[in-house]
Design a binder for this molecule. Sequence first.
Ligand SMILES: [Zn+2]
Ligand SMILES: [Zn+2]
Length: 327
Amino acid sequence: MKFREFAWNGFYIDVPESMRLTAEGGNLNSGYLRLEMEGFLMEVKWDPLDPKKAKPLAEVAESFLKTAKKTIEKETKKKIDLKAEIMEGRFISSHSAYSMIVKSGAREPIYIWNCNESKRIILVHFTSVLTEKDEIELTGRILESFRCHGKEDLISWSALNMHFALPSSFLLSDRRMAVGRTYLIFDEQKPSTFTERGRSLVIEFFSMANVLFGDKCKNLDEWFKVDYWKDLKKRCKNVSFRAAEISVQKVMRHKVIYRRGVKKSGLFWRRTTVSENFTWYCFKSNRIYSVSFVSYISRPFFLKRAINEADDRKVLQDFLSSFKCHF
Ligand SMILES: [Zn+2]
Ligand SMILES: [Zn+2]
């Protein structure tokens, strides 16, 4: 079985190549995700951890079972007896994890641990109808690779056949993963009494681009105006651009079309919004990628407004140089 890295919301896991991300929600602080392949399912749930008020893991396990029992009884309208057998604990990503197994027809190993580094309580739940031997081998391999925290300030994302890195302050706030079109939106907000500051990054790609857009894959300026601009305007408040140019910054040797614009708005609270867009066609994956970065500052009119352009440039450069649009 071939494995590949999957990275999402600060988790790094080696999973079989055939495993797909089928559901996810939340952000770095609290959320869930589900990966699936035939006969095997893996769910990860995480919530904020307050190290001073951390509950014993056995208690967390107990309440997880209670909720699972309720959900199943509600769905099947039958009373069930959900029992778990406690297994020997194991180390996951250098943490000592509590583990148990539920036998419900399928085998369901469950692991729970606290990660003080990323300040999260983490629960991993496998459901398997593979043979016991195959399941033990597979979960063993996955758990060995599992990392829930890193040393770097940048968080890597590796999924949906792309890869990139972003500062941990950028939280996944919205997404859509559909056939033909996928976007992920990351937001960073820094409010204070007299200043509202924020940055957004929209990563969007269109699959099967040569079928959907034909020759426009070679004329991305036109593609942007005709097929994309309207949607982007709806998604990003105050976005505006001047004419496009060819970017000095390439992504994996692809030629990139670059746009930038500044918009000022508001009467008492005045807002300056700087927007940048990078669009390219990746012939290897047959996708059109369009990345928009919006940085704004809003203050009462009597205060000076200045965007930290050097920091924006650094975030963008780190992001674009980490970006892999094909493998
Ligand atoms: Zn950890
Ligand atoms: Zn590419």
